[in-house]
Structure formats: C-alpha cells, structure tokens
Design a protein around this ligand. Structure first.
Ligand SMILES: NC(=O)c1ccc[n+]([C@@H]2O[C@H](COP(=O)([O-])OP(=O)(O)OC[C@H]3O[C@@H](n4cnc5c(N)ncnc54)[C@H](OP(=O)(O)O)[C@@H]3O)[C@@H](O)[C@H]2O)c1
Length: 325
C-alpha cells in the first residue's frame, strides 16, 4: 500500500495561487484515532480565512475542517467505530486529502439510509445551524428573525430551522435567483441587501417592531444594518466574515438598545463527545425526516480546490460545495 497520498496544502498564506495539489505522507494510525479514507470533503468559508491568513495557523497547512468517508483503520483504544464504517467528522484542519486521522470525539456514523454526499454536505453548516438557533439565540414561535445571505450554504439551513421552530423569517440575498432559493427554504420576506436599505425594509415588513434576532455571517458589509434592524433587547448573532471583519464595538453602543452581541463558533458548541453526538443526532433526524433539506450547490474534484475557493469567494454559492476525493 502506498505510503503517500494526494492532498491540498498551502506553504504560506495568500491568494488562491498558494493552493497546491501534491503528494504528502499518508497519516499513520494512532491508538486513540481513526483513519478515514475520504470520499467527500465539505468546503467552508472558514478555509478561505486560514488560506488568506485572516486566521492564523502553522505552515505548511493541509486545509479543511470536515469530510465523509470510510474508516480504514481503528486505533486500539477506540470504541464505537469499525473498519468499513461510513463516517462524517469535523477536524481542526487536514481534511482536503485522501486520508485523515480523526479524533473520534468529533466523528459520527452516518445513518444507513443516508447518502454519504448528503451527510457530508449537511455536517459543518448543519451543526452550525442546529446549535446556533438554540444556543446562540433560542429561536421561538412568534419571533421575527433576519438571516443574511439566506441562499448560502449556512443561510439556507438557518432559514429552514428558524421556520421549523416557528419564527417569521426575513432573508437577505444579492439577486432574484438566490431570492427564490431563500424563499423555497422558507423565507417569508426577502430583502435585496445590495440595493435596498435593510433597516428601512425591516421596519416596513415588521410594522415598526423590528426583529428579535439577526443571524449575520456576512460581517463587515452588513454589521451596521444588522444592528439597526434589531428591536430593544434583540440579539445579534455575528458568526462570520464573508465580506470582511466587523468593526470593534463599544459596550455602551450595545447598552443603548440592550442588544446582546453573540459571536459563536460551532466547534465550541460540539467540543465534547456528548455535545457532538447529540447535535449530529438532531441534525440527522431533521435531514432524514425531510424537515431540513441540504442543497449541494456544486462539486469539484479535490485537485481543483483552488477553483472551489475562487467560487466561494466570488459569492456564487447557493448551497454546499463539496470536494470529491
Ligand atoms: N462561526 C461559525 O462556527 C461558522 C460556521 C459556519 C459558517 N460560518 C460563517 O458563515 C458565513 C457563510 O459561510 P458558508 O460556508 O455558508 O458560505 P456560503 O454558502 O458561501 O455563503 C456566503 C454567502 O455570503 C454572501 N456574501 C456577501 N458578501 C460576500 C462577499 N464579499 N464575498 C463572498 N460572499 C459574500 C453571498 O450571498 P449573496 O450573493 O446573497 O450576498 C454568499 O453566497 C461565513 O462568514 C462563514 O465564516 C461560521
């Protein structure tokens, strides 16, 4: 068996030109890990932050935070996984590769009836949506929430779950095609945030009430509008930087309207085996029951990861991007 594998690695932060497809040593099994042969790797905006250097990591770096595949070897101290098990996992890095050594704390067996690509496409963004709508802000029946980039990968899942828990959802998108996707996901109202003033439209739509919560993964370009769209005691869930990093916020600004500013990271919500298993179970139940539809927007071959980064950074996503391994 070969001792090397194909992987996508960067030697230094930069534009997409730093992304290299090359042969590197195949990881060796460790007693408390499982070795997974990847079939699909999920692509996330997060990897672009590490690629550009916005988020720091030691170099060289094999990018990638999640995938789905087949267990090839099981460490001697690991229980609950067998050679041949179909699994999904989260990882701090290293997923853009043929093989990955996975901590079983953040791995789960894929339900028998679920296709591996669906499971892969649902994982990181799905866990994000599942945990954020309960733990970052507890979405309740009767709430009015604003979800930015409502046709994006995470956005479509957030819209569906906010509807599932009984909220009225206002989604923002940049164009009509995306507006249709957000509406299909359940958004009750659409705001074209690139050409309409968001707080003004929110005021009209809510008859002046404004929203209980905003889920904002767009960041810099939407931050002020998110803030101004909230009612008194509202919650701003600021969870991403797709358009750039949000400005520094003085606490006095928050206290003017008693705004709660939450900046959650999905990895923090699923840090223990119990948290991960429970969140996966909720996610898979929602997907299997049809309450949560996962939309695979585009697949690229692993070797074309640079094209996938170009695609996501151009804002072209209308669902999940997968790398085929
Ligand atoms: N904190 C966490 O744990 C966590 C977990 C998952 C995701 N996230 C964050 O959630 C956000 C969405 O991630 P995702 O993977 O779901 O991405 P995605 O599907 O690619 O969604 C990104 C969307 O953002 C919109 N956008 C607005 N300004 C943009 C810009 N300057 N460049 C690119 N896109 C822009 C685009 O929609 P329009 O064309 O409609 O504007 C685009 O489709 C990211 O900020 C990501 O970091 C955070």
């Amino acid at each position: 068996m070969s001792s090397t594998m194909k992987a996508i690695r960067i030697e230094k932060p930069g534009d997409v030109s730093v992304i290299k497809y090359l042969d590197i040593p195949k990881p060796q099994i460790e007693k408390n890990k499982i070795l997974v042969k990847n079939k699909f790797v999920g692509l996330n905006f997060l990897e672009t932050y590490f690629r550009t250097g916005l988020f720091k990591a030691s170099m060289p770096l094999v990018l990638g935070h999640e995938g789905a595949g087949i267990v090839e070897e099981v460490g001697s101290d690991v229980t609950g996984f067998e050679v041949g098990s179909r699994v999904v996992y989260l990882s701090s890095h290293n997923a853009y590769a043929e093989y990955i050594l996975v901590d079983p704390v953040n791995a789960a067996i894929v339900p028998e009836q679920m296709a591996l690509d669906t499971a892969s496409a649902s994982l990181l963004q799905g866990l994000t949506a599942v945990t954020f709508v309960k733990r970052a802000y507890n979405v309740k029946k009767g709430d009015i929430v604003l979800v930015h980039a409502a046709a994006g990968g995470t956005g479509q899942l957030l819209v569906q779950l906010c509807k599932h828990y009984g909220a009225t959802v206002i989604g923002t998108t940049s164009n009509e095609e995306k507006a249709k996707l957000a509406t299909d996901a359940g958004a009750d109202h659409i705001i074209y945030y690139t050409r309409e003033d968001v707080p003004t439209r929110v005021k009209e739509i809510t008859n002046g009430q404004m929203v209980n919560a905003v889920f904002d993964g767009v960041g810099k370009s939407t931050f002020q509008a998110s803030f101004d769209s909230l009612r008194r005691c509202g919650t701003l869930v600021s969870f991403g930087n797709a358009s750039g990093v949000i400005p520094k916020v003085e606490s006095s600004v928050l206290s003017e309207k008693e705004i709660a500013l939450v900046s959650p990271g999905v990895f923090n919500y699923v840090r223990t085996r119990e948290e991960f298993t429970e969140a996966c179970s909720t996610l898979f139940d929602l997907v299997e029951s049809g309450s949560l539809k996962v939309n695979i927007c585009k697949e690229f071959d692993l070797k074309d990861a640079a094209d996938a980064h170009r695609f996501i950074e151009a804002g072209k996503t209308t669902g999940k991007i997968l790398l085929r391994v």
